[in-house]
Write a protein that binds this ligand. Structure first.
Ligand SMILES: Nc1nc2c(c(=O)[nH]1)N[C@H]1C(S)=C(S)[C@@H](COP(=O)(O)O)O[C@H]1N2
Ligand SMILES: [Mo]
Length: 160
């Protein structure tokens, strides 16, 4: 076995952190190992990239919904309508970002099984940072790698 493989898990240097911010009672900074504390889910996904064609990956990780619920989003859980104005902004280290609605991932509404992946194709993402996974997406653009921030925003209002 090569030395690089043998030492791959112990390389020193900064460990990427994911910041959970916004309208949360318990904002947090989480590493990929921290994300192992939630129930882990699996997803085998295929998506099409506009530039590199069809891609296949196997991901594992917690549900984005479970992790965000643990951070205490500032809505009344008993009032379903209260959640409908919440947005989720997911950002990668390179500035790539996407917006989801809370209702999209909420079990009472869209029920999308969106993952915060901690492994890709059996390789841990400890050094690269977690990855957003939307198994139902046909296009790969929302599979944001190297996520550094997830911001929950309940202040969205429609104005005339
Ligand atoms: N951080 C980040 N993640 C990203 C992108 C990006 O530019 N930055 N591009 C997306 C696009 S357009 C696609 S198709 C997939 C490609 O994933 P893969 O080539 O690693 O399978 O990554 C997505 N994730
Ligand atoms: Mo893409």
């Amino acid at each position: 076995m090569s030395q690089s493989l043998a030492t791959a898990g112990t390389t020193t240097g900064p460990v990427p952190e994911l910041a959970l911010t916004g309208d949360l009672g318990h904002p947090a900074r989480l590493t990929v190992p921290d994300l192992l504390a939630w129930r882990q889910h699996e997803a085998d996904v295929s998506f099409e990239c506009a530039t590199s064609g069809v891609r296949h990956h196997r991901f594992t990780g917690p549900l984005l919904h479970d992790v965000l619920l643990g951070a205490g989003p500032r809505f009344d859980p008993a009032r379903r309508k209260d959640r409908l104005r919440f947005l989720i902004a997911v950002s990668g280290a390179d500035g790539h970002h996407a917006l989801l609605s809370w209702a999209e991932i909420d079990p009472d509404f869209g029920r999308a099984r969106v993952l915060l992946a901690v492994t890709i194709d059996d390789t841990p993402l400890d050094r690269a940072g977690p990855q957003l996974v939307l198994p139902q997406d046909r296009c790969g653009a929302r599979h944001i790698s190297g996520i550094t921030a997830v911001r929950v925003d309940g202040g969205y209002t429609l104005r005339e």
